[in-house]
Design a protein around this ligand. Sequence first.
Ligand SMILES: Nc1ncnc2c1ncn2[C@@H]1O[C@H](COP(=O)(O)OP(=O)(O)O)[C@@H](O)[C@H]1O
Ligand SMILES: [Mg+2]
Length: 612
Amino acid sequence: MNGEWIDDDHEQKVDLRLWSKLLQYTLRYRRTAVSFTLVAFGLAASDLCFPLITGKLISDVEEHGADVDLWSYGILFGICSLALCASVWGFISCAGKIRTHVSHDIRRDAFEKLQQLSFSFYDTKPVGWLMARLTSDCNRLSNILAWGVMDFIWGTTLMTGIAGVMLVYNWKMALAVLSVVPLLFLVSVFFRKRILRASRWVRKSNSKITAVYNEGITGVRTSKVFVRADENLRDFDRVADELRHHSVHNAVLSAVYLPIVLTIGSIAIALALSTGGHQVLVAGLVVGEVVMFMYYAQLFFAPIQDMSAWFAELQMAQASAERVLSLVEAVPEIRDNDNVQRRLSEHGSDGFPDEINTIEFRDVGFRYREGPQIIERFNLSIRSGQQVALVGRTGGGKSTLINLLCRFYEPTEGEILIDGVDYRQRSLHWLQSKLGIVLQQPHLFSGTIADNIRYGDPDADQHAIENAAQMAGAHDFIKKLKNGYQTDVGEGGNQLSLGEKQLISFARAVLKHPQLLVMDEATSSVDTETERQIQNGLQRVLSGRTSFVIAHRLSTIRSADIILVIENGMIVEQGTHMDLLQKRGSYYNLYTEQSMREIVRIDNVIDDSTSD
Ligand SMILES: Nc1ncnc2c1ncn2[C@@H]1O[C@H](COP(=O)(O)OP(=O)(O)O)[C@@H](O)[C@H]1O
Ligand SMILES: [Mg+2]
């Protein structure tokens, strides 16, 4: 499933501005960053020492024969080896720490942002996309920001050190070795990029195979019924062939890369040897120096290979960086404006009364982003304590209207006034803390039933929870469960039926004691008897509270103070149940249609039972 979202990247120019922003994540940990720089220097320095000591030893032996003090060389080697061990340990642990911190911080920032972002953000960003940002992109970036940065510091230090030492000792030989460096770097980058791309294709094909397996296994019943086994096998062959192709390509590239790099390295050594050998013969150069140069030439390859790999990865990860930053830096479309933020920070509130007395929709119209007009301009006034019911056919715009009321979206035309003040001038948190919402597809969190109801009020005790459940008509079914209120609901509540989830989410809303209760077809999946129970509870819950109810069964909203009939984004009728019935318009049609269906259903039941 993830595969779809992993590979929508391609090679791009490295944007330094972007990476320097991301580098801030590494620099947050100053102490670790400083110690890792020191460790990288230390590692480079100890790397640098060995050829130097070896060269010196050979020159010494050349000059003094058996009189050389081998012990001091031995001790020197020992010290360097210890320094090398210590710095390798420091290198790995620092990089590991930074990597963990950085990925933790990026994930945390992204998660925090995801909590703040408006619904409109989620309309355009599928869950799979977001998950891929938080997993694969995040891993990739934290690797670059830890290992890549460390390798860079170590590599440049080592290379500068080697070049420096070589130039000081013998600039001619140094230039001979250094002449192959650009070639080596370019060739390495060329291959690394291709290998990276190929391995990404392999990953992509792999996840396609997983998807095909998944479909094949979960859909096996359907496939059998429709005799689709052969087609499925053909589909599988296609993706399996793709995987084979990419894997072979990848293997071939990797196989070619290393010999080429080794050849170029050998050329460098050959150049060092021939220049140096010549100088030994002609200018009396000592052999120790030639050996040292050979060593250094070899030592040069490791950082070049590492850095070329990171450079390629940097180019390929550019898209990941952009996506993660776009998430971390996203600005919620709906948020407190500057005025409100100022008042909140100065006075702790937005400066308006806490209670909601009137709600007025003034010339409110709405469209989602660039889409068509969903709600036509309308006006509506509601006093506190009134029950408003919204009815109409699916797709008419009922949920949208509720989304506007809850400020999940803001009107694109007109304004919504609460006690005469445009709600955009008030705090978002204030409004949403007044709301109790029950949705048709309610979400339960993993945990027990009690935990889920307590979500409405973290301080509630068991008594309050049961009370709320009673009002919501949920108490009876919960009591029948083996573990009662301590029953685990499973991930997303999937161990309960939809109707049961609706009841729990209703109890959760009741527990919050909201001033404004919003129910969007909240009882569509419970049976008629339970719905009647909820109705009774609802009357108690709603008394004195303002409510917006989108009704699934019209019989449940007969007592509403205002019924709005919504068709194609327009309020076509408005009034009480009796008013609207007498009008014999849309509401009357909807109502009689539904009543007829109920009667037909009852007749069928009677027919069925009499024919048994
Ligand atoms: N997030 C969204 N983005 C774009 N269009 C949407 C979105 N949500 C709903 N719509 C469109 O708005 C219209 C009204 O939908 P909705 O308010 O859910 O209707 P109802 O609740 O009356 O069934 C539909 O045509 C639907 O396709
Ligand atoms: Mg709806």
